[in-house]
Design a protein around this ligand. Structure first.
Ligand code: C5P
Length: 296
């Protein structure tokens, strides 16, 4: 049977500026987002209704799951589609700050677009994506993007150079709404750091990129979850360039060199949580992430 196979990549923010609280309750952000090789595999097959399954027992299998919601939205736009069977092979840790649920939703949109020959343009897919969550539109584009507004205005920017990423996911999750609502006026980002970062990406200036990682949400997450601060302190003591991912609790470090990355990963005390090794991905991997398989 015809099926779509989609690699849905995790996301880190190399810059995440939380600027101010908006009247609609969301926070205005400006962010440089980057897709990394850590990914889930999704299989999609035509079906009479929406059926969602996974190897993970930790994710919901109904409309509470962003992937299910994505299928519902695509079907409401194209009612001739009766349903789709979705299987998520989960590798990205959940509630990690790595946009795992969001990238799955984007993968369902991308995969259904090809599976059912819908010919949706990128902006049509982004329009569906932004109805699901703030991080979903990035999953439609990548590998490196500028995102503004509540995170849904995404545009491709020059790709980041190849960097190795060591991630550490503690064995608890954080609540994104809680992290945002704990942001105080004095915590908001006041520096205009986006222009400089974009210039560095254009020049492939690795030193600038590594030296200017920012995540304004760190202060809020650290105040709510001191264990994340402890892990970040460990990273600062042992690596040169580290940051919290999204609203946390995952902390990551970037390395230009694979051996250094592996050595650091191996040095992390196991009681801090689960460590992952990944790398930044490029547009070739983004273009090849959806495959249509006509065979069994
Ligand atoms: O859009 P999403 O469902 O991912 O956002 C989850 C929650 O995170 C929102 O309901 C809001 O409380 C908070 N949020 C925010 N500002 C953003 C993104 C998310 O306040 N830019």
């Amino acid at each position: 049977m015809r099926q779509a196979k989609v690699k849905t990549y995790a996301k880190i923010n190399m810059v995440l500026n939380c600027l101010y609280k908006r009247d609609d309750g969301y926070h205005e952000i400006s962010s440089i987002m980057q897709a990394i090789s850590l990914h889930d595999n999704i299989n999609l097959k035509p079906a009479g209704e929406i059926i969602l399954n996974s190897n993970s027992t930790l994710i919901p299998l109904d409309e509470k799951n962003f992937a299910f919601k994505a299928a519902q939205l695509v079907i409401s736009k194209y009612p001739s589609i009766k349903g789709v069977e979705i299987y998520i092979d989960k590798k990205i840790p959940i509630e990690a700050g790595l946009a795992g649920g969001s990238t799955n939703a984007a993968g369902v949109i991308l995969g259904m677009n090809k599976l059912f020959n819908l010919k949706m343009t990128t902006s049509e897919m982004i329009e569906v994506a932004e109805q699901i969550g703030s991080d979903v539109p990035f999953g439609i584009i990548g590998p490196t993007a500028l995102s503004t507004g509540r995170g849904t205005n995404v545009s491709p920017i020059p790709e980041a150079p190849l960097l190795w990423v060591v991630l550490l996911k503690p064995d608890f999750g954080v609540s994104t709404p809680k992290v945002y609502s704990n942001m105080k006026e004095q915590m908001f980002e006041k520096t205009d750091n986006i222009k400089g970062f974009l210039g560095a990406l254009e020049r492939k200036d690795q030193d600038y990129i590594l030296g200017n990682l920012v995540n304004t949400l760190e202060k809020s997450t650290f105040a709510l979850y001191p264990k994340v601060q402890e892990i970040k302190d460990f990273f600062i003591r042992n690596t040169k360039h580290s940051l919290m991912a999204g609203s946390g609790p995952t902390v990551f470090a970037l390395f230009p060199n694979e051996i250094e990355a592996i050595n650091f990963k191996d040095s992390i005390p196991p009681d801090y949580g689960k460590a992952y090794l990944a790398q930044t991905i490029d547009s070739k991997e983004i273009h090849e992430r959806v495959i249509i398989d006509e065979k069994e």
